[in-house]
Write a protein that binds this ligand. Structure first.
Ligand SMILES: Nc1ncnc2c1ncn2[C@@H]1O[C@H](COP(=O)(O)OP(=O)(O)O)[C@@H](O)[C@H]1O
Ligand SMILES: [Mg+2]
Length: 250
């Protein structure tokens, strides 16, 4: 459902993404992990057609993003790293606006929007301006918007940041159900526990390159000190942490 072929993106001299190759199957929940600045958001932006690659290709649902960007984008739901909403629209108006952008009939919008608001426990706030929403509520509104047109592929950049534990659990449950229904999920996350509990496979990206790829169990075996959890595997694969140097000014 997602094919990334020798993908490279330069910003000036910086290689933000460096010859990345990745294939994600239908229904898979894939987690892209990596330290800050690894190139995760850049990869998602290229997958959604927001950025053009320096070289290489991406295909979503078999459609090449450069050849047929609109066709590809129709199949994608995006949750960007910052939950952007229009402050002067109500939650419900925002979803109708997004529904119009995707060409969803008014009849379908009138059915699906209350359903989505209810699922994300936003129904009582649907008539309130988005500017009054907390960060977590905005995040859930953006998730509702991403699901409105029933996309085949969901691209999620740090989707659980800002959610309280109950909402985070709800969203994880929703992701698992979507996956069982055949939706493909590609998410970047800093939260290793989510990758561990939710993702069928994870990739660890460092400086634009994929350092490791596999199930969480496989990554444990790849990491040199395999006994610990994903956190130890992650730190070992990303070069560990020199605490004493980092903490010298404390
Ligand atoms: N528009 C841009 N212009 C210049 N450099 C950028 C731009 N976007 C990202 N970068 C750089 O590319 C690298 C990867 O960034 P990003 O993909 O946001 O990393 P991540 O999401 O893994 O934290 C970083 O060094 C970042 O500073
Ligand atoms: Mg990022």
């Amino acid at each position: 459902m997602i094919e990334i072929i020798r993908l490279t993106k330069h910003f000036g001299d910086l290689r933000a993404v460096d010859e990345l190759d990745l294939r994600i199957e239908r229904g898979e929940i894939f987690g892209l992990l990596g330290p800050n600045g690894a190139g995760k958001t850049t990869t998602i932006k290229i997958l959604t057609g927001l950025l053009r690659p320096t070289s290489g290709r991406v295909r979503v649902a078999g459609i090449d993003m450069e050849e047929a960007p609109l066709e590809a984008k129709r199949r994608i739901g995006l949750v960007p790293d910052e939950p952007f909403v229009y402050p002067k629209l109500t939650g419900s108006e925002f979803l109708h606006f997004v529904g119009d952008l995707y060409g969803i009939s008014l009849e379908t919008q009138r059915r699906r929007i209350p359903e989505l608001l209810e699922m994300f426990e936003l129904l009582p706030y649907g008539g309130e301006l988005a500017e009054s929403y907390s960060h977590g509520m905005r995040q859930k509104l953006v998730l509702s918007a991403a699901l409105l047109h029933e996309p085949e592929v969901l691209l999620l950049d740090e989707p659980l940041v800002g959610l309280d534990p109950k909402s985070a659990r709800l969203v994880k449950e929703i992701f698992q159900r979507l996956s069982k229904r055949g939706c493909t999920l590609f998410m970047c996350t800093h939260i290793l526990e989510i990758a561990e509990r939710l993702c069928h496979r994870v990739g660890i990206m460092v400086s634009g390159r994929l350092k490791a790829l596999g199930t969480v169990a496989e990554l444990h075996r790849q990491a040199r000190h395999g006994a610990g959890g994903l956190e130890d595997a992650f730190l070992s694969l990303t070069g560990g942490l020199e605490y004493s140097a980092l903490l010298k000014n404390l």
